[in-house]
Design a protein around this ligand. Structure first.
Ligand code: MCN
Ligand code: CUM
Length: 788
């Protein structure tokens, strides 16, 4: 017979499996947005503001229009006539697609040129003459609410200041009481500086409004194709079925590709105006200067404790710099994202935070860069201030953590700010990291080095993340509930296709999502194709960010796969002429209980479902299933990190010598991919802690506009990572899985900073703000005598 017999196959279910997408990536055969070329395609370029704050007096485009290769020049006035000059932001504000009245940050979009080639489009930008009336900018967030500060958003009716929102979480009175009764209170200001996700591939799009079919196709660098399509439909008034958003291979997102950028909209308008496909791809400086930055949180923390090191409460006050438009991405109810998970991994009853958002003359954005919706900032705050407390108490920071970590019997745990942590075994993870590090021995080595006047530091951090947004009843983005669909279809020959709403940017979904189907159905992973990133061919869902793909879409795939198995049971019962309850499932086949020789494989069942086999009452043919998954809760991955640094006394140069990371994301679909995710996140952490910052001068000129100024870590700055794991399944995910894509970026910066501050202990230094560049570290040592 038949095509349905399968060889014994090792490639089934969870486990190490090389990434299938690498076959094309390693050969340079990926298909990125910039690889897309269509007949007659034109190219767009954006004229950007040189000023941080200026009124536009006039724009003269006549010379640019006269350029022989220019097909169209679009300004804010053009867009106003199409009602597209302003579009909704992700945070219930608006953003300007092209400036009409004022420019509000350096690099803001002012005009768009469409030409026959990229070079002519760029050349023609020089021919546009904009007359600006320069205004005082607001650069320092601390000054944004000063009386008399220039009002940035005078486009908003009645707006007379730069205030965006005030937000609180936790119980103020209870927290005040905890502080009043505390023996020790430690206070610390800290800044999580503005940084940038800086993916290798910058943002771009190709738009084609087909005048014959009336269908608009947009190939673009998006982490959320379905959400983008709906927004295009709502904003432009185009019928949603006539819009197709395709996210081809993406060269890294890291949060940079969540939102809709003016460039995407402009390529659409360009195509409508010229009748030809229009490509727009930004360059590196445009990406760094104008697209979603991350962090920019000015935090004041206070921690209360007993003298013997029991934490009693935490109080936090944050000033959030959101730039010129409030365009941070997070579920609607949470203007500060999930920052209120700042209570971290410790057991204490009282916590309270206030967050104030302000406008400044800087690029909008705010959460991106593997942030889990601001868990990065929250984790940094608590892990830094716990170290400050250890310093105050003269206690070892690992011991202080161990004393206060949530114990396993506390789960599910309701935090003082309202999160329900699903599962955790925290002390075990920290003990494991300490054992891997040889913690006692490291402290001895440090003491010896200190006695010799050498600077060695050991930094500990523990993190709890909240990922997998989220339950529809309280999480949405612009009104769209955060559920995700998945469809699994088994072909007659027993091969399968799974269609996802989420979109990979390098996380390896083509590999791991096939493994989820395989784990449940027993079909070999190699026989399962993963389709994603195309709204015409995949079910609706909100996309990839906040490490939600595995917790939400992965759950949808698991449930759909189980439905396949349930249906296969009914068909097998007809094939074997027994009742379904008499069948036993042994991943990949059903057999009559007690008689394995009767087995029907999933492949045979698939063929039968398409064949002439008589099917039980009520069972339709074919072996397909789908699911829309509404997560009952988020998942709470966690981990314990230990960093060892050496600091050069003469130069302030920090060398990360060792980094031990114990992560717990529940069972691992593919341990190799999880390790890769952790490696990347740890490198992010070293980068943010030591070198990355988007800074501005007093006039609002961005000082981080190239990789000469915006430093990223390389292999030279990274040690050979030492990874460990514990496995605590999520009780509510169908396969117990928790997300992991942002864990290491969240958990590692405080470990590195804690290590550097620990090295500087002989100088009595308690805190230094990131990035801990040699100059920053050196300054901290100056004027302070070295004391062992
Ligand atoms: N995984 C696993 N076992 C688990 C959990 C996850 O094998 N228990 C696998 C997943 O199947 C997936 C990968 O690990 O292949 C990451 O899964 P998940 O934690 O669900 O995160 P997402 O897939 O939703 O990815 C998003 C996350 C975010 S928000 C940022 S930002 C980030 C990150 O992933 N951007 C990345 N990692 C990145 N990695 C690369 N290479 N490129 C980016 O742009
Ligand atoms: Cu916040 S960066 Mo990721 O969620 O795309």
């Amino acid at each position: 017979m038949t095509t349905t017999e399968q060889p014994a196959h090792a490639d089934v279910g969870f486990g190490r499996r090389p990434r299938v997408e690498d076959a094309r990536f390693l050969r340079g055969k990926g298909q990125y947005v910039d690889d897309i070329t269509l007949p007659g395609m034109l190219h767009g370029a954006i004229l950007r503001s040189p000023h941080a704050h200026a009124r536009i007096v006039s724009i003269d485009t006549s010379e640019a229009e006269a350029h022989p290769k220019v097909k169209a020049v679009i300004t804010g006035a053009t867009l106003e006539s199409l009602k597209l000059a302003w579009i909704p932001s992700l945070s219930h504000d608006v953003i300007a697609v092209l400036a009409t009245d004022k420019v509000r940050y350096q690099g803001q979009e002012v005009a768009f040129v469409v030409a026959e080639d990229r070079y002519s489009a760029r050349d023609a930008l020089e021919l546009i003459d904009v007359d600006y009336d320069v205004l005082d900018p607001v650069i320092d967030a601390q000054r944004a609410l000063d009386p008399g500060a220039p009002v940035i958003r005078d486009d908003i009716e009645g707006k007379a200041d730069n205030h965006i929102f005030d937000w609180t979480a936790g119980d103020k009175d209870q927290t005040d009481a905890a502080f009043a009764s505390a023996e020790v209170v430690v206070k610390q200001d800290m800044l999580y500086p503005r940084v940038h996700p800086a993916p290798l591939e910058t943002c771009g799009s190709v738009a084609w409004m087909d005048p014959v079919s009336g269908k608009l196709t947009i190939w673009c660098t998006t982490q959320a194709p379905h959400a983008h399509r709906t927004l295009y439909a709502l904003v432009a008034g185009l019928p949603e079925q006539k819009i197709r958003v395709v996210s081809p291979d993406i060269g890294g997102g890291f949060g940079n590709k969540v939102g809709i950028y003016p460039g995407y909209v402009l390529s659409v308008v360009g195509s409508i105006v010229t009748g030809a496909p229009v490509k727009w791809v930004e360059d590196r400086s445009e990406n760094l200067v104008s697209t979603s930055f991350a962090r920019d949180y000015h935090m004041h923390g206070e921690i209360a404790a007993t003298r013997d090191g029991r934490i009693l409460g935490l109080r936090v006050d944050v000033l959030a710099d959101h730039g010129a438009f409030n365009n941070t991405a997070q579920p609607t109810k949470y203007p500060a994202g999930f920052f209120h998970i700042f209570t971290g991994s410790y057991d204490y009853p009282a916590a309270y935070c206030t967050v104030k958002g302000v406008y400044t003359n800087k690029a909008p954005g705010g959460v991106a860069y593997a942030c889990s919706f601001r868990v990065t900032e929250a984790c940094y705050l608590v892990e830094r201030i716990v170290d400050c407390l250890a310093d105050e108490l003269g206690m070892d920071p690992a011991e202080l953590r161990m004393k206060n970590l949530l114990r396993p019997e506390r789960f599910p745990y309701l935090s003082p700010t309202g999160w329900e942590y699903d599962s955790g075994e925290y002390p075990r993870a920290l003990a494991k990291a300490m054992e891997m590090a040889g913690y006692e021995q490291l402290r001895k080595e440090q003491a010896e080095k200190r006695a010799r006047g050498e600077l060695m530091g050991i930094g500990v951090s523990f993190f709890t993340e909240t990922v997998g947004a989220g339950p529809r009843k309280h999480m949405d983005i612009l009104g769209l509930g955060m559920a995700d669909g998945a469809e699994v279809r088994v072909h007659p020959t027993g091969k399968a296709v799974v269609r996802l709403s989420v979109q990979t940017q390098g996380q390896g979904h083509e590999t791991t999502f096939a493994q989820i189907v395989s784990e449940v159905t027993g079909i070999p992973s190699a026989d399962i194709e993963v389709v994603h990133g195309d709204t015409d061919n995949t079910p609706f869902g909100l996309g990839t960010y906040g490490s939600r793909s595995t917790p939400v879409s992965g759950a949808a795939v698991a449930v759909a796969s189980r439905r396949i198995v349930d249906k296969a049971r009914l068909i097998a019962s007809a094939m074997l002429e027994v009742s379904p309850e008499d069948l036993e499932w042994d991943r990949g086949k059903f057999f009559v209980k007690g008689d394995p020789s009767t087995a029907k494989t999933i492949q045979e069942i698939a063929f039968a479902s398409h064949g002439t086999q008589e099917l039980p009452e009520g069972v339709e043919g074919h072996l397909d299933a789908e699911c829309v998954y509404d997560p009952p809760n988020l998942t709470y991955p966690f981990g314990a990190y230990i960093c060892v640094v050496d600091v050069d006394k003469g130069t302030g140069q920090v060398k990360v010598r060792r980094f031990i990371a114990v992560d717990d994301c529940g069972p691992r679909i593919n341990p190799m991919i999880v390790e890769g995710q952790v490696h990347g996140g740890l490198a992010d952490g070293v980068g943010m802690a030591l070198m990355e910052v988007i800074a501005f001068d007093e006039e609002g000129n961005c000082l981080g506009g190239s990789f000469m100024d915006y430093q990223l870590p390389t292999a030279l700055e990274c040690p050979s990572w030492e990874l460990g794991e514990t496995v605590t399944p999520s009780p509510h995910h169908p396969l117990g899985l928790k997300g992991v894509g942002e864990s290491a970026t969240v958990g590692s910066p405080p470990a590195v900073v804690n290590a550097v501050i620990d090295a500087l202990k002989p100088y009595g230094v308690r805190h230094v703000d990131m990035p801990l560049t040699p100059a920053q570290v050196w300054r901290a040592m100056q004027g302070r005598p070295f004391r062992t």
